[in-house]
Design a protein. Structure first.
Lengths: 131, 131
DNA sequence: ATATATGAGACTTATATTGTCCCATAAAGA
DNA sequence: TCTTTATGGGACAATATAAGTCTCATATAT
């Protein structure tokens, strides 16, 4: 199993393509074809990215999608979070989940450092780095 | 979704418990009860850990499981790999998978550094750190 | 012998992920 | 204004993965 899921990978391709075409909307059909993403799925993924404030759409002929902000202001973490939620080592590290092993769990405390490293790295990388 | 899956978490609990009881086998029944792991599942998980060379078993009454090597020689990475395979950011980073986007994939090369950090961290942590 | 353990594989169930379909809405252009 | 080309969005279907259970076999202490 991959940490970055297939749909998230698709999303990166789509966002990277939009970054290359800043200023002009690109239709889902073209985005999908050029990046080997099933068309109907690409539509859904872009809608999800839209709700996350990463892309926006222009309707009608000559419409399509474009980035909503500068590629330098979109981190890997933002794209990942929009598509699949935050990357976390385990449930105990990042949510209000109350673990039945609380207090005698051997591992969670030993994972928090790695969790921080992952977060830092994903927040640090920007879509502009892909250009 | 968690990077470390539930069964892997269970495995850590079981292995940590065995580390506390070095020298004397502990039965699956006790391991399962004390660590909130379903009994039949615990049996399967321990068998998997056995195949990976992390634990070994003693059959018959007074039998059970014990660590096959020193807790200091068992890394988090080994336990994780035994249970769910290697932790990887995406398919392209750690396998012979031939990606259809090869050559124009925007992201894989930007993830390899983080992959290395994760690998280092998980290899560095040992079961003995849990005691 | 018997009771208590593990070995191993088939099987079922649960859950998550991926992908498709359909109908509605918006806008450009003839 | 009608038609075509777009996206909005929800329901649904298909697939894959993970978790958990069951059954029977084998080993060993007493």
């Amino acid at each position: 199993m991959d940490i970055i899921r297939r749909n998230t990978d698709y999303a990166f391709r789509l966002v990277a393509e939009l970054a290359k075409n800043q200023g002009q909307p690109v239709s889902v059909r073209k985005l999908a074809e050029d990046n080997l993403v099933p068309y109907e799925l690409a539509r859904k993924l872009l809608q999800t990215l839209g709700r996350a404030g990463i892309v926006c759409s222009v309707k009608g002929p000559k419409g399509g999608y474009e980035l909503k902000k500068d590629a330098g202001d979109i981190s890997f973490a933002q794209v990942i979070e929009a598509m699949q939620g935050r990357v976390r080592l385990n449930q105990c590290l990042l949510s209000s989940f109350v673990c039945p092993m609380k207090g005698k769990c051997p591992i969670t405390s030993h994972l928090s450092e790695l969790q921080k490293v992952i977060d830092f790295h994903l927040n640090d990388k920007k879509i502009s780095d892909l250009l």
